[in-house]
Design a protein around this ligand. Structure first.
Ligand SMILES: COc1ccc(Cn2nnc3c2[C@](C)(O)CC[C@@H]3OC(=O)NC(C)C)cc1
Ligand SMILES: [Co+2]
Length: 370
């Protein structure tokens, strides 16, 4: 039996971690008026919870995080200009499904593999027939998810193949680390946003002899994550605001920031690929028989996890577009078109998933790469 991961990655992690214990992420103490948590009653409670049974509490998401680290390590090696977006997305999905030992809704891909290019920041993955090929000068956002028992790790990084936009990537990586450092129990979302924007906008990029300020994208955000629900309802914006909503103990957050050399604002642009069944969707009677059967397939294969058209193809669905658009119109499925800044601008993203544990923050998706 293999004791190390193969290349391409195909060895399930239960074989690499036979005792079922998966590594803890990076630990950060809470700041200021929550620092007391490190040595308090909660500590014993927290440790008791973690020791109680390795499978319980945080072990599921740590298994998902280890899959994420091993797949992205391979992705950063194999993704090269000249590859199609389909080859890139499927290379990541094949690795994820193998390592997480995909098993229905128990474990698998967390959401569609985002491979947004250049001025597009999020929610692009190729549909069948997409012929786009990665170019040398492209700025590629790789945003993919892994889930174990519905606990989703949402983490993303940006890849380039020449140094032109290094300062943009540096700005976004720094802004995301600021967001992670500022996050904490009882911290206001608006405060974190202000700190993110300040870090992001302290950078500029020199393009063709011109200095361009990096802008935080004002209508994108990080978000809370619930079991089987990628967006838990709380948004961590990237620009200063007075949202007094607080982060709470036990919550999971995707801390992601997006920087741009353009407007600093995205609009919906291009064909939709990303969808998700709405949690507590209205139980409207569906007249369209094809919509009824498509909804059954969505519930069976994804539940409320986001999916894309390629995943419907893979599940054996065909000629489903009319039915899918009907489910969107009826408010049963939400569509998420690609989100793009101005043509000619460049956007970058870095993202981690953090756990607000009683005694400390755990950056569960942290790796040696970012
Ligand atoms: C359908 O597949 C997905 C996959 C991930 C998500 C998670 N998410 N939810 N919202 C966003 C995201 C992304 C993909 O992180 C990118 C940023 C985007 O922020 C945003 O729009 N914020 C406004 C509400 C202000 C959602 C759906
Ligand atoms: Co993400």
């Amino acid at each position: 039996t293999a004791l190390t991961q193969s290349e391409p990655p195909r060895v399930g992690l239960s074989k690499l971690f036979p005792d079922g214990n998966f590594p803890e992420g990076e630990l950060q103490e809470y700041k200021d008026d929550n620092a007391w948590r490190t040595t308090s009653e909660e500590k014993r409670y927290d440790e008791k919870m973690a020791m109680e049974d390795p499978e319980v509490t945080y072990n599921n998401i740590r298994r998902a995080a280890e899959v994420h680290r091993q797949v992205r390590k391979y992705a950063r090696k194999f993704i090269r200009p000249g590859m199609s977006m389909t080859e890139i997305a499927e290379g990541i999905e094949d690795g994820t499904r193998a390592l997480v030992e995909e098993n229905g809704l128990e474990s698998g891909v967390g959401f569609p593999t985002g491979v947004s290019l250049n001025h597009c920041a999020a929610h692009y993955t190729p549909n069948a027939g997409d012929t786009v090929v990665l170019q040398q000068g492209d700025v590629l956002k790789v945003d993919f998810g892994v889930h174990v028992k519905g606990r989703i790790v949402d983490s993303a990084f940006t890849m380039t193949f020449d140094p032109t936009y290094d300062k943009l990537l540096e700005a976004v990586k720094a802004a995301t680390d600021t967001g992670i450092r500022e996050a904490g129990i009882d911290v206001r979302l608006g405060e974190i946003a202000g700190a993110i924007q300040e870090t992001m906008e302290s950078y500029e990029v020199e393009i063709g002899g011109k200095l361009i300020p990096v802008k935080a994208i004002e209508n994108l955000s990080g978000h809370s994550i619930n079991p089987y629900q990628i967006h838990g309802g709380k948004s961590v914006l990237l620009v200063k605001n007075d949202d007094a909503t607080k982060m709470e103990e036990g919550e999971y957050f995707a801390i992601e920031t997006f920087g741009s050399t353009g407007r600093g604002r995205v609009v919906e642009q291009g064909d939709c690929s990303h969808y998700a069944r709405i949690v507590n969707a209205p139980n409207v009677p569906l007249r369209l028989t094809t919509a009824k059967s498509l909804l059954k397939s969505i519930n069976k294969n994804f539940g409320t996890l986001p999916f894309c058209r390629r995943y419907l193809d893979r599940a054996g669905e065909s000629k489903y577009l009319l039915a899918l658009n009907h489910l969107v119109q009826q408010g049963i499925v939400q569509d998420y078109p690609p989100l793009c800044d101005a043509r000619g601008s460049m956007t970058a993203q870095f993202e981690h998933t953090i756990l607000l544990r009683p005694t400390r923050k755990e950056v569960v998706s942290r790796g040696e790469d970012y």
